[in-house]
Design a protein around this ligand. Sequence first.
Ligand code: SF4
Length: 307
Amino acid sequence: MIDYIKKAYKLMESCRLCPRKCGVDRLKGQTGFCKAGKLPMVSSFHAHFGEEPPISGRNGSGTIFFTHCSLRCVFCQNNPISQLGQGKETSAEELAVMMLRLQTEGCHNINFVTPTHYIPQMLEAIFIARDKGLKVPLVYNCGGYESVEALEILDGIIDIYMPDMKYSDNTSAKKYSNAPDYFEVNKIAAKEMYRQVGGLKMYRGIANKGILIRHLVLPEDLAGSQKIFEFIANELSPDTYVNIMAQYYPCHSANKFPEIDRRITAREYIEAIKLAEKAGLKNGFRQVMSTIKRKRIPEWTDNLKIS
Ligand code: SF4
């Protein structure tokens, strides 16, 4: 086995693939906080047209949705997959076949969704797929709660990072995602990703390298949007692409928390956009206001300015 893949698997022996550092031996089938075992589990794979325009393009993004998650958000929209284990065990060879099939369908990239706890298996599959002709860019689409030790192994392999920056307020991070150190961990991870790939680069409107950050606006500004935007503008670059998402709705167990048991208002969303502009951010995507009220595939505009 190639050295960097071996190194990644080594992190599973006493698991520290993510900052939780559970220390369980995943290679022997033990499970930790995320409940992921030795083999990767996939819930679905298909061309996805609802990602940001440079990611989905005309032909779709080749998404591979992994089962389980190292966060446990009370408002997770994919709870059956992330927390209840919906999906099917697969091998690295089968994962490689999925990637090649998505490329054959014309997808602009391979988009690994929630891959943190399966980094070694993902790397092994990428190696197999590349040997068989995989050429499209690889997207690491994650919750942003990442270990730098694991991210370093991805240097030179992952082309596009799409991390969330969910909270600057660790009280919220603890309460809603069981991650009391989220902001510190998230900032260090974002810096490492930026170091590896820089800002988003595109050719004919389709991304081929760089970082695109997602921020979900929460009711009552419980995410702490301002500090996140300031960090991005000041410590990464004001040119960083940020998708400011309006699509929050209370699902899974969010109804146990009255303060987040509602959608955000148009006013809260506009306020977040203004904060991004005030922080100096110049590039990104905002969702059209109608998506706040109605649950549907988002529409995008690539201008952070309020119209
Ligand atoms: S990947 Fe899973 S088992 Fe490993 S440290 Fe993170 S939560 Fe724990």
